[in-house]
Design a protein around this ligand. Sequence first.
Ligand code: PNW
Length: 496
Amino acid sequence: MCPKLSIFAIIAITTISVVLAATNNKRFPKDFLFGTATSAYQIEGAWNADGKSESMWDNYVHNTPGFVADNSSGDVACNSYYQWRDDVNILKEMGVNHYRFSIAWARILPTGFSDHINAKGVKYYRRLIKELKQHNIEPMVSMFHWDIPQALQDLGGFLNPKVADWFADYARTLYELFGDDVKYWFTFNEPKTYCNGGYGFAYNPPRIPSQGLKEYECSHNLLRAHAKAYRVYDEEFRSKQNGQISIVLDSMWFGPASNTTEDKKAAEQAFHFELGWYANPVHYGDYPDVMKSRIAARSAAEGRNHSRLPEFTAEEKAQLTNSTDFFALNTYTGNLVSAIPEPAITDPPSRFGDMGVNNFYDKSWETTTLDWFKVAPWGMRVLLKWVKDTYGDPAIVVTENGYPDHGGLDDAKRLKYHRDYLSYTRDAMIEDDVKVFGYTAWSLMDNFEWASGYTQKFGLYSVDFESDDKTRTPKSSAKYFRKVCKTKCLVSKCVD
Ligand code: PNW
């Protein structure tokens, strides 16, 4: 025997066994839901077809040269408005339990208001939903994944307090049109990333430092909109439609950079500024105490008579309290956090100063093609446990989790990413008794990745954007995910 080969074989066997030992080998419960996700602007194309009006994303991408990395747009994307059958086919091929997609507001209500319902847009989503249900794929529907009708953006978008009523009317229209078939609704996708990207600044370092005030206003109105849409369902639809509603919140996990009390407190503070900002209002009716007190104190130090963080009225607090039926969580990465001296008061103020801690990636973590994204799967368990402990042990569904690269069918790193994040999810379920009932891979297929255009791919399926029929081809990760959907098991042999 060639000695080199045998050494190679030994290394290979040891590596495999180490990997297997690390991956959780307890089968997921029978009713655990495995699925994939997409969003309207990122896949549909047909941006001005069949009565759809312009969304803010259509408008912004068309009029802001240089904004999208490859100067592309979502004008055609995966062409799913026409090729939705291809999407259902690959969902069937993978054997998923659910599919999370979003409805384009401007396709259903071209004026933004409920005075005019676009029949062709309705037909598109009706057929998609029927086809999914026919194949036992549960639709999970986001009402808003960032694509506000431009007509409403022109009226101030999420800075106009009236957006809460506009959104509640839109939600009512959706319940009326699709509520008999949709049992899982999400009002908003990732308010933090939306309000930050649209109105704010990344907190470390600031991207658009002057806009901090607007970010809090956007979030405030969005939360008011969520609460109204939730109450419309409660009062007018729940008894006959029996669905469940939540809001999709995104958060990285935070871990203390050291074992000191100060750093532990800092990590807790970071969680409250990242996730508590939205999760506290929809569970307990108001922003976290640490946000209210810190922003009020810093606002006073800036010479203001009012806190930069808006206040909810008593009625709004009541509407917001317990306004989710389960917890919907997107997560991709994590940060370490350390305590720092109180940041100096700056003009303009920054969310970094408000947050008052230092958060950073550990240099040893695996990097990816995106700057903000390092691989740190053990944090999945930390995050899930934090949600359990902070929000009264809710049922949780992971609504997005996925891995970026520049493309290719042999995506071993993506496969490993999903396997490891699922493994820590299973650990959290078993060791910490966290009630996770589903996991959704972002994304079903490569698509328009916002400002990165088509340069960053998250899909389990690749899409040939050059081809006329936007050919969908399974990557290695899709084949692995198919096995997981079928066996509910992450390794070759599971323990029940
Ligand atoms: C999510 N961050 O966005 C979105 O819901 C998807 O539409 C998107 O395609 C996916 O994640 C991948 O990016 C995020 O900077 C974008 O922390 C950026 C961040 C988080 C989520």
